[in-house]
Design a protein around this ligand. Structure first.
Ligand code: B12
Length: 217
């Protein structure tokens, strides 16, 4: 259980776009022995989601969202390192390539998924954000990955996940390399529609999804 005051301070630091404070709180949490994944989920993420809502309602503008994003990235970087360091050290159970799709710059959620996968013993190749399907496929072959996971936060860029499925089919790779999809506008219905192998609602869900897929592979 994480102290309620610490969770509220973490949320507020993101709403205020106060990176210095967010980083300090992340460090304080680790010193106090909190679970870093739980701290991200219950403290910092509610802050960025509230900023998203305020943005949608026209109450804050892009510069504020950018400051909030910088703040959460600072805190999450520290907590992600702690998640990875606390993970199981054994031979990787599978290789997973992660990328945010072309024209999409949102990468906070993908970073959390990556850290939790690493902590659970998987090897992750994170290509970053705004990555074209050509590069995703080229790297997936180069690294001989088991799974490709793509993230998209914009409704306008979801189509790249669909195009990726078509490209994998065209190249005879569908089924050989499994695909998982995620990001705020993505649903299991969308995953089914585009014929992806799985959908992860959040980071811990994604770890279970990968375990299931590898168990069935
Ligand atoms: C932070 C943010 C930004 C930051 C991003 C910084 C960064 N480095 O990521 C900045 C300021 C750059 C930004 C820019 C823009 N943004 Co923005 N942004 C957000 C915001 C507030 C939070 C996103 C976030 O980090 N969420 C927290 C994380 C933890 O959640 P998550 O990403 O969903 O990830 C979780 C799951 O989805 C899942 N998951 C994620 N990826 C994957 C992948 C796999 C494989 C799996 C299995 C699971 C999985 O696990 C994660 C962890 O639990 C959202 C609001 C929202 N409600 O999402 C808007 C939002 C996504 N942005 C939006 C918009 C419109 C924009 C801009 C177009 C604004 C503009 N006018 O320029 C630009 C687009 C830039 C671009 N080309 O990408 C809209 C999108 C609307 C739409 N329908 O498409 C939103 C929804 C805001 C809104 N309510 O209007 N944004």
């Amino acid at each position: 259980m994480i102290n309620q005051k610490l969770l509220e301070d973490a949320k507020q630091s993101i709403i205020d776009g106060d990176k210095e404070l967010a980083v300090q709180l992340a460090e304080k949490g680790l010193k106090d022995g909190v679970d870093p994944a739980e701290f991200i989920d219950k403290g910092f993420v509610p802050g960025i989601l509230e900023v998203g809502q305020l943005f949608e309602d026209g109450e804050v503008f892009l510069p504020e969202v950018m400051m909030a994003a910088e703040a959460i990235k600072g805190a999450v970087a520290i907590l992600n390192d702690a998640i990875e360091a606390g993970g199981e050290k054994r031979k990787a159970a599978a290789k997973i390539l992660l990328a945010t799709v072309e024209s999409d710059l949102h990468d906070i959620g993908k970073g959390i998924v990556a850290a939790l996968l690493v902590a659970n013993g998987f090897e992750v190749i994170d290509l970053g954000r705004d990555v074209s399907n050509d590069v995703i496929i080229e790297k997936a072959i180069e690294y001989d990955v088991d799974i490709i996971g793509t993230s998209t936060l914009l409704t306008t860029t979801m189509v790249h996940q669909q195009k990726l499925e078509a490209m994998l089919k065209e190249k005879g790779l569908k089924g050989k390399i499994k695909t998982i999809v995620g990001g705020a506008p993505v649903t299991s219905r969308w995953a089914g529609k585009i014929d992806a192998d799985g959908f992860g609602e959040n980071a811990s869900d994604s770890v279970n999804l990968v375990k299931d897929i590898m168990g069935n592979k």
